[in-house]
Every structure is written in C-alpha cells, then in structure tokens.
Design a protein around this ligand. Structure first.
Ligand SMILES: Cc1cc2nc3c(=O)[nH]c(=O)nc-3n(C[C@H](O)[C@H](O)[C@H](O)COP(=O)(O)O)c2cc1C
Length: 189
C-alpha cells in the first residue's frame, strides 16, 4: 500500500448509528455547514449539482411527525408502519433532507444525477461519523409520497434521496454482517 492513511481505518470500520439511538446534542450551524461542505464534495458528472439540502431542526422534525401522522391513513399506510414513520420524526432533533433535484441535460442521464445524490447521502453520513456524531440514512414512505414532498417544499421533479438523521449516539449497536467481497467480485486479468 503506497500511502496508508487513517482515513482507510475509518472507511474499514465506519457504521451508521440507528436513528432511534440518536439524541442531543446535535451539530450546531457551523458544524453542520462543515458536514454539508464535505457531503457536497462528490462526483457530479457535468457539475450540475443535482441535489440540495433541507435542514430540519427540532421544531421542523415535530412538524413532520404531525404531517406524517395525518397523511399516513389518507395514503393507505398500514397503521403499525405509520407509527414507526411518525416516531422517527418525533424523536429526531436534526435531520438533513437530501433532495435529489435533477437538472435538464442532454448529456448527463438522470440516473447519473441520482447516483450523485446517493453519493451526497453517504458523504454526509460519513462526514458526520468521522466527526464523532451518530448518523443514519433513512427514507420510508414519506420520502416517496407526493403530498409529503409538497409539504417539504419540493418542486415536482424533485424527490427525497434521504432523511439523514444526525445526533449523539447513546449506545453502540452490534456490528451488522458485512458483504463477502470474494463472492461479489469477478476478476479478469
Ligand atoms: C436509500 C436508503 C434508504 C434507507 N432507508 C431506511 C429506512 O427507511 N429505514 C431503515 O431502517 N433503514 C434504512 N436504510 C438502511 C440504513 O441506512 C442502515 O442504517 C444502513 O444500511 C447501515 O449501514 P452502515 O452501517 O454500513 O452505514 C436505508 C439505506 C439506504 C441506502
């Protein structure tokens, strides 16, 4: 290895912290701006910036919990499933909504813009973890529901790539099984 770096140790051990195990304190405005700056430093074919951030503080998380509670039955969501969706917002003190915001382009297919939005989500999770925060990338039915998207102020072509929950992890969950690289990798010399 030409240049072993502590970053590699981080990448080999990083793991999300479940949203239900996150509590205050959460990153302040300056800390979050730094995390967002790191998150936005992603591959982006054509420099279209096909994503943006909507930061939900505590009051906005509670507002989302209320909106999800009201919309769930209307949207035909199973009540048990909706209790979980509501609880995720009701417990949160800071959520960054990563909004995929595709740009019209003859050159860059929309799928590539989607991949860039996913990279932003992972970048934000990783930046937060690297700073010692807990972070969790969630979606759930509200991410895909048009009235909920309108409630969040999304334009018709936009959609939620992730609700990134941020905070302080109050417990460390057991490690999840990790992929078998040999089983997933084909080599051609
Ligand atoms: C696009 C996307 C959406 C996800 N949505 C949810 C979700 O709604 N609920 C959930 O429990 N996990 C969800 N997950 C999985 C969590 O992010 C999970 O914590 C993560 O896969 C743990 O992996 P890590 O420890 O390698 O970071 C989602 C993952 C992705 C990539």
């Amino acid at each position: 290895m030409p240049d072993p770096s502590p970053v590699m140790d981080f990448l080999l051990s990083r793991r999300s912290r479940p949203a239900k195990l996150l509590a205050p304190p959460v990153p302040d405005c300056a800390e979050l701006t730094l995390l967002l700056t790191a998150a936005a430093r992603v591959p982006d074919h054509g420099k279209l910036e096909p994503w943006r951030f909507l930061v939900l503080g505590r009051a906005a998380c509670l507002d989302m919990a209320g909106a999800v509670a009201a919309r769930g039955p209307e949207a035909g969501i199973d009540p048990e499933r909706n209790v979980k969706a509501v609880a995720a917002f009701a417990k949160a003190h800071l959520i960054v909504t990563v909004i995929a915001s595709p740009k019209p382009s003859e050159k860059i297919p929309e799928i590539e813009q989607t991949l860039s939005a996913g990279a932003v989500c992972l970048g934000l999770v990783n930046a937060a973890l690297a700073c010692g925060w807990g972070a969790n990338w969630l979606t759930g039915w509200p991410a895909l529901d048009a009235p909920m998207q309108a409630h969040l102020g999304l334009a018709p072509q936009e959609w939620v790539a992730g609700f990134i929950h941020l905070g302080t992890a109050v417990a460390t969950p057991p490690e999840r099984p990790r992929p078998d690289i040999a089983a997933l990798t084909t080599w051609r010399a």
